[in-house]
Design a protein around this ligand. Structure first.
Ligand code: ZN
Length: 299
């Protein structure tokens, strides 16, 4: 288990030991903090025949099935897709009403719960209103504000965050040494698993190029090169926006007027919202409009 998750794991172990583990949980927090790993680990312990302090034994039939990724009493919805529809949530309700095949607990993990459609949320609500003994539901989200209040009020909410400790730094050195060497990495060091996925997927140089475009080239960057990178992955638009926001914040410390800063942010918001909402939008045009707008303000 990741070291920063141990306190939460202990907290859940205590709740379980005292038979007060809620049946519906919402783990929320930034991307790359380990929400999925935490939920998975707790579910594996709940499905283990002889867990010790919320740690699966690794030996029993339940653990063997989990090790093979084929435990019939664990349902994990797909992380892919831009939305979670009512059919996926019905599969959760159907899964929950049937008794556990191995005779123990049943667990469901719903990653990206904020992607549920309104109909899906309503379907889930019915399930949440009829709690089933020994059935545990884990909703995960990095965007809690997009979840309806009706869902939030029925879940035990827990924020998963990563504290900046020497333990974390040690983990980063041991696991994402390559990523740590990049300048942009300091902005993501409390999202360690995001850094790890970028390192594993060979994306570090691309993200550094986005950072350089903002910080080194200022507003005189090679726009086509930037468009080529942004077009590769929709996540890069959010990363670019974060770098830009931080850059503007720095400019405001250096004396950029509040009104100018507000207008810059409006340009940036307009740019990223349009790109996310209108996938076919001409990105080259949108980016050059953004750059022109920012240049006007920043001089
Ligand atoms: Zn076990």
């Amino acid at each position: 288990m990741y070291p920063w998750l141990s306190p939460l794991l202990n907290q859940y172990a205590l709740q379980h030991q005292q038979s007060r583990l809620h049946h519906a949980h919402l783990l929320h927090g930034a991307q790359g903090t380990g929400k999925r790993a935490l939920a998975q680990s707790i579910c594996e312990a709940l499905l283990c025949e002889q867990p010790l302090n919320m740690q699966p034994c690794g030996e029993c039939k339940g653990c063997k099935l989990n090790g093979a990724g084929t435990h019939p009493d664990l349902l994990v919805l797909s992380e892919e897709g831009s939305s979670i529809g009512v059919d996926a949530i019905r599969s959760v309700s159907d899964f929950i009403v049937h008794s556990a095949q191995q005779g123990g607990a049943k667990c469901v993990i719903v990653p990206n719960a904020h992607r549920m459609t309104v109909a899906a949320s309503n379907a889930l609500l019915k399930t949440l209103e009829e709690p089933n003994n020994h059935c545990y539901l884990w909703l995960l989200t990095d965007n809690i504000s997009s979840l309806p209040a009706t869902i939030l009020s029925r879940c035990a909410k827990q924020q998963v965050s990563v504290a900046d400790t020497s333990e974390l730094n040690q983990w980063l050195s041991d696991n994402v040494g390559e990523a740590k060497a990049y300048h942009f990495a300091h902005m993501y060091h409390t999202q360690p698993l995001l850094l790890k996925s970028w390192q594993d997927n060979g994306e570090l140089a691309q993200i550094q190029a986005l950072y350089d475009a903002v910080y080194n080239d200022q507003m005189n960057t090679d726009e086509q090169k930037l468009v080529d990178i942004l077009a590769q992955n929709s996540q890069y638009i959010a990363i670019f926006r974060l770098f830009m926001s931080q850059f503007l914040l720095q400019k405001s410390y250096q004396g950029l007027a509040y009104e100018q800063l507000t207008r810059c942010h409006a340009h940036l918001q307009h740019f990223s919202e349009h790109l996310v909402q209108t996938p076919g939008l001409n990105m080259t045009l949108a980016l050059s409009q953004l750059m022109r707008g920012l240049k006007q303000e920043l001089g």
